[in-house]
Write a protein that binds this ligand. Structure first.
Ligand SMILES: Cc1cc2nc3c(=O)[nH]c(=O)nc-3n(C[C@H](O)[C@H](O)[C@H](O)COP(=O)(O)OP(=O)(O)OC[C@H]3O[C@@H](n4cnc5c(N)ncnc54)[C@H](O)[C@@H]3O)c2cc1C
Length: 300
């Protein structure tokens, strides 16, 4: 069983199925994981330039073609990884597996302001591809300065009359070519060394209060929407009882993706490691599936 149908999980699914292992991939959201949100991917070998969602479609098709089953939109309620057979209970089924690959990736971190919930989907958004079109001709703010924020800003420029990026540092931590493309557009303004403190508005977000981290000066700006990209947190709470987890919530596993429990592997962004990319996720997915095959062969 593979938990998570992102890049790591789908890769593991392709390899495990081709090794003739009976393979089920569990996904509680839409198949594809984080890369679904990528405007364009230009560093995945074999593709000069590809939309993240197109890449996902191909990976999904390839996993199914190889023989993997995918159970989509089914939430996991409980896992028990302690015994030889691993138990996974979802909303709909109770599964029993010889081996489990946790490829649960990471989830977007919510903006830490008191009004986040009040304006969620009413001016505060996390998915430019899903919600950007609602703000045609409007002032859009993007919060963040990594690849996700910059990629999203490029998408949102299609709609925005003005686009302001608010970043807590004084430089971006993103692909330089993409940053240059963005900054060349005169609709774009960047507010450096700044964080968002509050949101205001009747029903929808209308204004935000920002604070300059160097001067501590606070000011208000009028906005129509704020799209937030301030990192991800791993979704590992349900494994805490069984697996080792680092200070950031990542699962601890070795280079062969082995966790401290035999037959349980961690693959992709969920694994404690330095670099998190598509290529490292596919690498982990491959290794984890090959390790499962070896593990199950030795059980028999
Ligand atoms: C906007 C954006 C752009 C990016 N651009 C690039 C790029 O150009 N090049 C590059 O190399 N990398 C890029 N990345 C990083 C890359 O997308 C990730 O490193 C990679 O997708 C990680 O894959 P993963 O499978 O480990 O995790 P994820 O993609 O996070 O997938 C994990 C999946 O597991 C599911 N899941 C989690 N918990 C459960 C559960 N309990 N039950 C069922 N399912 C569960 C999630 O819903 C998700 O679908 C980008 C990331 C973002 C956000």
């Amino acid at each position: 069983m593979i938990i998570g149908a992102g890049t790591a999980g789908l890769t593991a699914g392709i390899y495990a199925s081709r090794l003739k292992l009976s393979t089920l991939i569990l996904e509680d959201e839409i198949v594809g994981g984080q890369i679904n949100d990528a405007y364009e991917v230009e560093n995945y070998p074999g593709f000069m330039k590809v939309k993240g969602s197109d890449l996902t479609d191909i990976m999904k098709e390839q996993a199914i073609y190889a023989g993997a089953e995918i159970d989509e939109f089914d939430s996991i309620k409980k896992v028990d990884l302690a015994d030889e057979f691993k138990i996974i209970e979802t909303d709909s089924y109770r599964y029993k597996a010889k081996s489990v690959i946790v490829a649960a990736g990471a989830k977007k971190r919510p903006l830490p302001i008191p009004e986040e919930k009040k304006y969620l989907s009413k001016g505060i958004h996390y998915c430019e591809l899903c919600d950007g079109h609602m703000y045609e001709g409007k002032h859009i703010v993007v919060v963040g300065g990594g690849n996700s924020a910059i990629g999203a800003a490029l998408v949102l420029l299609k709609y925005a009359s003005k686009l302001t990026i608010i970043h807590q540092f004084d430089s971006f931590n993103a692909d330089k070519k993409t940053v240059d493309k963005l900054l060349a557009n005169d609709k774009v303004e960047v507010i450096w060394n700044t964080e968002v403190r509050h949101g205001f508005g009747d029903k929808n977000l209308e204004k935000i209060e920002i604070e300059n981290l160097l001067t501590k000066d606070k000011s208000m700006i009028d906005v129509d929407a704020m799209f937030v990209y301030i990192g991800h947190t791993p979704r590992t709470d349900m494994y805490k009882e069984f697996l080792e987890i680092d200070n950031y919530g990542n699962l601890i596993a070795n280079e062969d993706c082995e966790t401290k429990i035999k037959g349980v592997y961690a693959a992709g962004d969920v694994r404690a490691k330095k670099f998190r990319q598509l290529t490292t996720a596919t690498s982990d997915g491959t290794i984890a599936a090959l390790m499962v095959e070896e593990y199950i062969k030795n059980l028999n």
